[in-house]
Ligand binder design. Structure first.
Ligand code: ZN
Length: 270
């Protein structure tokens, strides 16, 4: 609860003032009137927090070279498909690197066939976003590891492409391959000499809490959903299209104060 108040205090001077007022109220002997006033002040703090939140986020930087690291085919579209469309429209060179080809499909005994299928889906989906430069590293699905070999491969790609901006899953993503992708790319970036790309974490399955950047994707949402529809093997069992549509609507309204949005978290490279 204390952390909650600390976060609120950072929102704006008004929030800090109201927080102090609220704390003072709560410290007083409880009476019906005082509790009502404290509840009102707390409600104002929450509304102020939500209302101000969109003002504190930066827009994603428009740069000339972008590299997206996706643990599996479809994570690029889910996490930053709208941002990718914006980068392409801006004229950026966008490359998507798939760490695995997502060949582990429960119940399917032919991983090679699934990998081929998913890579085809990735090509069709990326083409809808306007991206044609794809790299498939074909590391084992569900067993992606942070090793000197995988870090070396990523470092080589970063050196070859010299991206200004890199997208990866955000730090608290709970999927093991997503976690590994985060660690591999961060380690790869640390080893670069004379190259300091901005690294942004994107949101797929685990909700992101510390948001630093937002992309308004109201004009891009339909193309993004069309691209996601190309991942037929993935949407057969679960309606990911509806899920990401709802997530982007939620983020757009609450964080960006727009119709649809994607949220990102700046990754500190130390
Ligand atoms: Zn994934």
């Amino acid at each position: 609860m204390k952390r909650f108040y600390v976060l609120l205090a950072l929102c704006s001077p008004l929030t800090a003032f109201l927080q102090c007022l609220s704390n003072s109220m709560i410290m007083y002997k409880r009476s019906k009137m005082k509790i009502k006033i404290a509840a009102f002040v707390l409600a104002v703090i929450v509304v102020n927090n939500v209302w101000c939140s969109g003002w504190r986020k930066k827009s994603i930087p428009m740069v000339s070279t972008v590299m997206v690291f996706a643990p599996h085919p479809d994570d690029d579209v889910l996490g930053c498909g709208g941002a990718i469309i914006k980068h392409v429209a801006y004229g950026a060179q966008v490359t998507v690197v798939y760490m695995t080809s997502g060949e582990t499909n429960p119940g399917d005994k032919k991983p090679q066939r699934i990998a081929r299928l998913r890579e085809e889906e990735a090509r069709r989906a990326a083409a809808k976003l306007g991206v044609h430069d794809l790299v498939f590293l074909r590391e084992p699905d569900s067993k992606l590891r942070v090793t000197s070999k995988t870090i070396g491969k990523v470092k080589q790609l970063l050196n070859d492409y010299q991206p200004d901006l890199v997208y990866i899953p955000h730090k608290k993503d709970e999927h093991s391959d997503h976690k590994a992708t985060y660690d591999i790319v961060v380690e790869g970036v640390k080893k670069l000499r004379g190259l300091n790309p901005v690294v942004l974490g994107y949101e797929v399955w685990s909700p992101m809490l510390a948001i630093t950047h937002v992309a308004e994707i109201s004009d891009e949402i339909q193309v993004k959903l069309d691209a996601l529809s190309e991942h037929k093997t993935q949407i057969a069992d679960m309606d990911f299209v509806a899920a990401v549509h709802a997530l982007n609507r939620y983020r757009g309204i609450l964080i960006g104060r727009v119709s649809y949005g994607e949220c990102f978290q700046l990754v500190a490279i130390e």
